[in-house]
Design a protein around this ligand. Structure first.
Ligand SMILES: Cc1cc2nc3c(=O)[nH]c(=O)nc-3n(C[C@H](O)[C@H](O)[C@H](O)COP(=O)(O)O)c2cc1C
Length: 201
């Protein structure tokens, strides 16, 4: 059975467009892959902690020398890594906040990028160790940024996933969501059309 890990990062779960589009993509994926197991982590609701010195020290301390707090921090971080390693498919909901990703999504990447586990340095340069995975990224924006210099979100996500070894990445854009009803409808339709195209390919 294929495993899908959904990561939601919108601060507004109830009204979130990225969550809604992710739901629609999931429904269509489930039709083509009935044998799919889905797990979901809402990293905004959960508030993935940002890495700090104490956290880094915790994950770099051998288990038998960790304090109770360090063990808890280390296990939490390891759980995030285990989930990604177990997934065949990643579905990431990524609203644009201040031209980039929500800070919890950055924090999540900081937890899962672990030298020797999800990437390694070789004589040829860094090598991602998360192989044979597909990622779908729903990017929702109030304005229009696709292929413009103001889009510092998609290049970051693309680079981060490639660094970890995930090259089969599909971006679904819903843009112009805060530019009036007409633009919003266009943006939603654009996202729905690209889901159909991507899944048909
Ligand atoms: C804190 C914050 C920052 C935002 N920054 C941007 C931005 O830089 N560019 C943009 O086009 N939209 C921006 N927006 C609008 C969101 O991208 C838009 O509302 C989108 O629908 C959010 O996704 P969601 O509905 O899944 O939460 C911002 C919204 C918030 C709350």
């Amino acid at each position: 059975m294929r495993q899908l890990l959904q990561i939601n990062s919108s601060l507004f779960a109830e009204t979130s467009v990225s969550n809604q589009i992710a739901k629609e993509l999931l429904a269509q994926l489930a039709e083509t892959m009935p044998q799919i197991s889905i797990s979901c982590r809402d990293i905004a609701a959960e508030g993935v902690p940002h890495l700090d010195a104490a956290y880094l020290q915790a994950i770099n301390t051998p288990a038998n020398e960790q304090t109770a707090k360090q063990a808890q921090q280390s296990i939490y971080s390891q759980n995030l890594i285990d989930e990604v390693q177990a997934a065949d498919i990643l579905l990431i909901g990524a609203p644009m906040y201040n031209f980039s990703v929500p800070s919890v999504l950055k924090a999540w990447f900081d937890h899962i990028a672990r030298a020797g586990i999800t990437f390694e340095y070789t004589a040829e340069g860094p090598k991602g160790l998360l192989q044979n995975k597909t990622a779908y990224v729903i990017t929702t924006r109030g304005g229009l940024h696709k292929d413009k210099a103001s889009d510092t979100q998609v290049p970051y996500i693309k680079n981060m996933l490639a660094f970890l070894g995930i090259e089969d990445v599909h971006f679904i854009y819903a843009e112009g969501l805060n530019m009036g009803d007409h633009a919003r409808e266009n943006g939603l339709q654009q996202a729905r059309n690209s889901i159909v195209e991507i899944l048909a390919a």
